[in-house]
Design a binder for this molecule. Structure first.
Ligand SMILES: [Zn+2]
Length: 279
């Protein structure tokens, strides 16, 4: 049984002051590569399926089944996590399907509505033993506009966790989603202040835009779950472009996907090892 609760491994990581890698699955290949990387690194891993990826497939179940299957056969602890769900019904489906964690994203809602809806999601998730992550202070960038100026206030964050009962909290500390360069500068002083007053593990979204050194400092300042997606898309696509340019006669997608998946697997193995560096 390798499926584990996010709360359980995140609390353990927080107490050891190490980071956990969370990577987005768009295709079956991603789930396979992430599990292989975690097994060879000997580290737990979080397989994330976003509401946007569900939209891409046109349905939740086929890709969710692939993720559950890869996770349940893994030799290391694996969390299956619904990422950035704005749809409460999708959260329910993920719980019914056996996912072990859900991120409900009400960050675009008015504050009181976000709190109320998040608390409702927490109620049915906890009844099924499923962890809940929420976001406070919108981490922008999904619309292509990178504004890393949003900041979560430590006091608001503590009150939000108290009001809703969430198990992990994503905070805005200087990163932005979907960045293809790694120059974002995080506010480590703010991370430390939030970590001091918030009882639950913290989550960094938009980690693709942050350097390795920046992530390690964020983990040392109190960040636990590190979400990476765009960075892996950059290295996958760069490798596929290179492979196809060198082998213009190739038309079999297995050939160029194999090349792209290999670099993704190696990079995930490297990142999982880097994040779990400890104090
Ligand atoms: Zn995110």
């Amino acid at each position: 049984m390798s499926l584990v609760s996010l709360k359980e491994i995140a609390e353990e990581a927080k107490s050891k002051q190490i980071g956990l890698g969370a990577f987005n699955v768009v295709l079956l290949d991603h789930a396979e590569a992430f599990v292989k990387a975690a097994e060879s690194a000997g580290k737990p891993v979080i397989l994330q399926l976003s509401q946007n990826a569900v939209k891409y497939h046109g349905a939740f179940e086929p890709i969710a089944a692939a993720i559950q299957e890869c996770a349940s056969k893994a030799q290391v602890p694996v969390v299956t996590h619904l990422d950035h769900a704005e749809d409460v019904e999708l959260c329910r489906r993920a719980v019914d399907f056996g996912f072990t964690s859900v991120m409900y994203d009400g960050s675009k809602l008015p504050d009181d509505e976000n709190r109320l809806t998040t608390a409702k999601v927490v109620e049915f998730c906890h009844a099924a033993g499923v962890s809940v992550e929420a976001e406070l202070g919108e981490v922008g960038g999904k619309n292509g506009v990178h504004d890393p100026s949003a900041r979560t206030s430590p006091e608001d964050a503590a009150k939000f966790v108290e009001d809703t009962g969430v198990d992990l909290l994503a905070v805005a500390v200087g990163s932005s989603h979907a960045m293809t360069t790694r120059g974002a500068v995080l506010d480590n002083e703010l991370i430390s202040r939030i970590a001091e007053v918030v009882s639950v593990p913290l989550v960094l979204h938009g980690s693709s835009g942050v350097s390795d050194e920046g992530i390690v400092k964020a983990i040392k300042s109190g960040m636990t779950k590190i979400n990476v997606s765009t960075h892996l898309n950059v290295i996958f696509t760069t490798e596929v472009r290179r492979f196809l340019a060198e082998n213009p006669e190739i038309v079999d997608p297995r050939k160029y996907f194999k090349a792209g998946n290999a670099v993704v697997e190696a990079e995930v193995r490297r990142m999982l090892t880097l994040y779990s560096c400890g104090k």
